[in-house]
Design a protein. Structure first.
Length: 149
């Protein structure tokens, strides 16, 4: 059975493997930097920002979702912004992504967020992923555009 929880110290090697796999699949042109990835992980472990939830089955990590608490420059309320969602290729199509998204949305509610933002940044099955996010209650509100130098 797939479970979701906050990333823990003991997950460091396994989550680093997932970060590297994610970078190779979707960000190879940017290059994977283990030091940056490890620093980000330690920020999550030490101060909870970015937050990182992992999906696991039988003790093995299947994927993760990261995000942050954000605010608009003109309001007092805050929102949560999903940054990364990744599931091992052989585990795509399982409930891992759904459970990660649901946990991220639940977490946003517990930290008092008024809104949550989900998105697709890799263009991997973007319509399918967007539909999954819509089924979790999100609405399409615009477009995300990316340029490469």
């Amino acid at each position: 059975m797939i479970g979701v929880r906050l990333v823990l110290d003991r997950d460091e090697d396994a989550i680093m493997d997932l970060f590297a796999l994610h970078a190779a699949e979707f960000g190879a042109h940017l290059g994977f930097d283990p030091e940056t990835a490890r620093a980000c992980l330690h920020q999550s472990l030490d101060v909870g920002s970015p937050v990182c939830f992992v999906a696991e089955e039988d003790g093995a990590l299947l994927g993760y979702i990261t995000g942050r608490i954000c605010g608009y420059t003109f309001t007092t309320g805050h929102f949560v912004q999903h940054e990364l969602l990744f599931v091992r290729p052989e585990k795509r199509g399982t409930r891992a992504a759904v459970k990660l998204i649901d946990e991220f949305i639940r977490w946003g509610s517990t930290v008092g967020a008024r809104e949550y933002y989900l998105g697709t940044s890799t263009n991997y099955k973007a319509d399918r992923v967007a539909r999954l996010m819509e089924l979790r209650g999100a609405q399409r509100v615009g477009h995300s555009l990316k340029g490469v130098y």
